[in-house]
Design a protein around this ligand. Structure first.
Ligand SMILES: [Zn+2]
Ligand SMILES: [Zn+2]
Length: 824
């Protein structure tokens, strides 16, 4: 027995962390003969505090990476910081500290906290997105998109937050139309902005065939892209004596004969042209009012429909009918063509609009088994498919042919065509903010918009700036930044002062990890071939749409430009759940229910906190943080520590096989199988449960002779290895205490014999007075009491005993039972 030492995580964790780092144990070499595995967690924002949410994402992710590594892979598990963005700038504004200073100080704190976790981060690959050696390449990427026509500048209405004095992406506007950061009501404002043409990739982004992602995430991306098939139909009108066409998109061309009105978005360029003088005042007032509403308000299905008649008419191209033109705020410029044909009989929004304004409703679609009915008696639109009625030459066309037939007709007549539209819009990357990568564009009075030549990158972001209360980017007030010379004519020019959305930085960081120190290129072709794509990506489900969609877009666009040779960034994706505060609510500063991991690491050690994160419940479901439950994991680790310490036999072990030692060997194999399968499926909680059960079984037998058997000792050894990914420090310490040399984390994952993972059974022979009367199978570990019962109450055996008196039952374990009876 080795000397008894108390489990003291404080002493051992720091020691091993230093040693692992000194030995570069977790650096993934570029020239390993082993197969690669790229295990990635989402790039954290350097808020300055590693919170429970980070631990819950990173600790199990690390256990997974360690598990893969012990299976013989060259695992790359990098870490870095998504270091640009608003909070640093807000800190600069409110505390007067420079954004860079604040950010780098936070990164220092977080690095320490990340080291405390004892994860296998490959620190040699660290990237920090706000450093010039990184953002230089973000700017380079922007230029590639620009060259390709995938980055463009246009005046576009933007969500504008008066509180933050900045534009917001749609996703940053809450459903109630307020700013996600400060709660101010978001308004619309027209400004010059840079966008990336993600819409060019809408169709390919709908294809998920090369990735293994959660169904829910793929569905969210599909909905976000919002593909719909239908037809473009061109209505027309006489304007200033000329025939002008106005296209609309509809998913239901089969309802074209049901059009009784036409609606333009208030911003539609036709509004001015088509409004008659009598309606001008009313229309202008309505347009002005709509300008002050958010898109979300306008699209709300709860909101009562409003609108005004323009006095103008358009012609329905299929039947020549004159259709009155209205404007209404529920039609948006950004979607479709900013105009719709009103079919109140078969579209609910149009139905509500028609009812409110007394516009007639027509039935043109009817289910086969339905009688004709008066639309004036309807309480809602009939949106389902059906047979075409009141539709001229199309009357009687069945539901399954209607859309195709009308679309073909439109194409033949040259008044419309088949069309696919997407809800997805181009990605607004301009931020009127300081703390981001400057957009590498120069404006010259002579040459206009000029991209900065690649050899002049990076466009340096000034490190010290002054914030003025105007809310404008301080870059506008930095003459050294703003004023430059034109790369074409050499004359005076000014720089673009918008910086890039931080989602630009996070759309490619996983490429840079593969080649972090390359100062000639953002990455080399060899590095891409070696490490990409990411094999396993682990992060929050809140990124289902933006980050994960933008990164996919980047990869596809860069592939088409010839910079990459793969199609998808992340092959497998896993979303962990959310850790809630002790009150069962989402942790937030305002609720005061934020639990800091550091105090628990201080009290119990990182292994217990790691273990607790994993034992909380299924990894994808999160859970409520309960400090008491840390005790449970702490006790397990202490028992585990004692079992190894108390039972590790130095020198000789007993190699004799007994039924007890065979049972231990079965337990060992069963435990390997369970833990292997569970870790491979992110079922950390059940993997730990299997180890706890195994540990308890060993404790029960530690005072028996079997505790000195080879099987027992091997089980102790196996348990250390199985626990190593989840609790890396305690297992490393025990591994060395038990005389092993080299790191436990460099050992090969234990394998198991499938045959030994099933419960052993044997055939029990039942004799009555020495004669074999019955045989049946029973489990190996069965007790004598159980055997007696099974034998005596077996119907066949009972028939041989009859009325005789049972005198004796003799049991030879593992073989037979003899029932001695006497008649009379
Ligand atoms: Zn705001
Ligand atoms: Zn110029």
């Amino acid at each position: 027995m080795i000397t008894r030492i108390k489990y003291n995580p404080k002493e051992i964790e720091g020691k091993w962390q230093k040693l692992w780092e000194a030995e570069e144990m977790y650096h993934a070499p570029d020239n390993s003969p082993k197969p690669k595995f790229y295990n990635l967690v989402m790039l954290p924002y350097p808020s300055g505090n590693l919170h429970m949410g980070h631990w819950y994402n990173f600790a199990p992710a690390d256990a997974y990476g360690r598990f893969i590594r012990m299976q013989g892979y060259n695992v790359m598990q990098p870490m870095g910081f998504d270091a640009f963005g608003l909070p640093a700038e807000n800190a600069a504004i409110s505390h007067g500290v420079q954004a860079r200073t604040w950010t780098l100080a936070n990164i220092n704190t977080m690095r320490k906290q990340l080291r405390m976790m004892g994860a296998q981060w490959d620190w040699q690959r660290e990237i920090i997105s706000c450093m010039p050696d990184y953002y230089k390449w973000t700017q380079w990427l922007f230029l590639q998109f620009y060259k390709q026509g995938l980055a463009y500048r246009t005046k576009a209405p933007a969500n504008w937050c008066p509180g933050c004095n900045t534009t917001l992406a749609n996703e940053q506007v809450l459903p109630n139309g307020t700013c996600e950061r400060c709660g101010s009501v978001v308004i619309r404002k027209e400004i010059d902005q840079w966008l990336l043409k993600i819409t060019d990739y809408a169709e390919e982004l709908l294809n998920f065939s090369k990735i293994d992602w959660p169904e829910k995430t793929m569905t969210m991306q599909r909905n976000w892209i919002g593909r719909s098939e239908g037809a473009e139909i061109r209505f027309f009108a006489e304007i200033d004596g000329r025939r002008e066409e106005i296209p609309v998109f509809t998913t239901r061309p089969d309802t074209i004969y049901g059009v009784t009105f036409f609606v333009l978005a208030p911003e539609h360029p036709w509004v001015e042209k088509i409004t008659t003088p009598e309606h001008k005042a009313e229309v202008e007032a309505y347009v002005d009012q709509a300008r002050h509403m958010t898109e979300i308000e306008r699209m709300s299905t709860e909101k009562e429909k409003t609108g005004v008649f323009t006095g103008g008419y358009v012609t329905n191209p299929v039947n020549g009918e004159q259709v009155p033109v209205w404007i209404a705020d529920y039609v948006l410029m950004g979607y479709g063509a900013g105009a719709i044909m009103g079919v109140p009989g078969h579209d609910q929004r149009d139905f509500e609009f028609a009812r409110k304004f007394g516009i007639s409703i027509r039935e043109v679609i009817r289910p086969e088994d339905e009688e004709p009915s008066d639309p004036d008696t309807w309480t809602e639109a009939k949106e389902h498919l059906g047979v075409m009625v009141n539709s001229g030459p199309f009357d009687g066309t069945p539901a399954d042919e209607a859309i195709d037939k009308v679309t073909r007709y439109l194409e033949e007549k040259g008044i419309g065509k088949f069309m696919v539209t997407y809800r997805l819009r181009d990605w607004l990357i301009s931020r009127q903010r300081y703390w981001g990568a400057p957009i590498p564009i120069v404006y010259c009075p002579t040459d206009g918009t000029v991209p900065v030549p690649e050899e002049q990158l990076p466009v340096w972001l000034p490190e010290h700036v002054e914030f003025k209360p105007t809310g404008e980017s301080p870059l506008r007030y930095e003459p050294e930044f703003l004023n430059t010379t034109c790369p074409i004519c050499g004359g005076p020019a000014t720089r673009e002062t918008d910086t890039m959305d931080t989602f630009m930085d996070s759309s490619w960081y996983f490429l840079r990890y593969a080649d972090p120190h390359n100062d000639k290129q953002p990455w080399s072709a060899e590095a891409m071939k070696r490490w990409l794509p990411v094999d396993q990506y682990i992060g929050g489900a809140e990124h289902a749409v933006m980050h994960l969609l933008y990164a996919r877009f980047f990869i596809k666009a860069l592939r088409d430009m010839g910079h990459l040779e793969f199609d998808e960034p992340f092959i497998r994706l896993y979303h962990q759940g959310i850790v809630l505060g002790p009150d069962g609510q989402k942790m937030s500063k305002s609720r005061g229910n934020v639990v800091a991991p550091d105090e628990y690491v201080e009290k119990y050690g990182a292994d217990t906190v790691r273990g607790y994160m994993m034992f909380m419940g299924p990894f994808d479901q999160g859970g409520v943080f309960k400090a008491d439950n840390l005790e449970g994991v702490w006790r397990f680790l202490n028992r585990f520590w004692s079992v190894i310490n108390d039972n590790w036999v130095e020198g000789k072990v007993d190699r004799t096989e007994t039924s007890e030692s065979k049972a231990i060997e079965r337990l060992r194999n069963k435990t390997i199988k369970r833990v292997t399968e569970d870790l491979g499926n992110f079922h950390f909680n059940t993997a730990l449960a299997a180890l706890m059960e195994c540990n308890n079984a060993l404790i029960k037998q530690q005072n028996e002779p079997v505790a000195r058997s080879a099987a027992f000792r091997q089980t102790l050894e196996t348990m250390m290895q199985l626990l190593a990914p989840m609790a890396p420090h305690i297992t490393e310490e025990l591994w060395h205490l038990t005389g092993h040399t080299g790191s436990i984390h460099l050992t090969a994952w234990p394998s198991y014999d499938e045959a030994l993972t099933h419960d052993e059974i044997f055939t029990l022979v039942v004799q009555v007075n020495g004669k074999v009367r019955e045989r049946f199978e029973v489990p190996a570990g069965i007790s004598e009491n159980e055997v007696r019962k099974l034998a005596l109450y077996n119907p066949r055996v009972a028939s041989f005993i009859g009325d005789a008196t049972v005198q004796k039952v003799i049991y030879i374990p593992g073989r037979l039972v003899n029932i001695v009876v006497r008649n009379g």
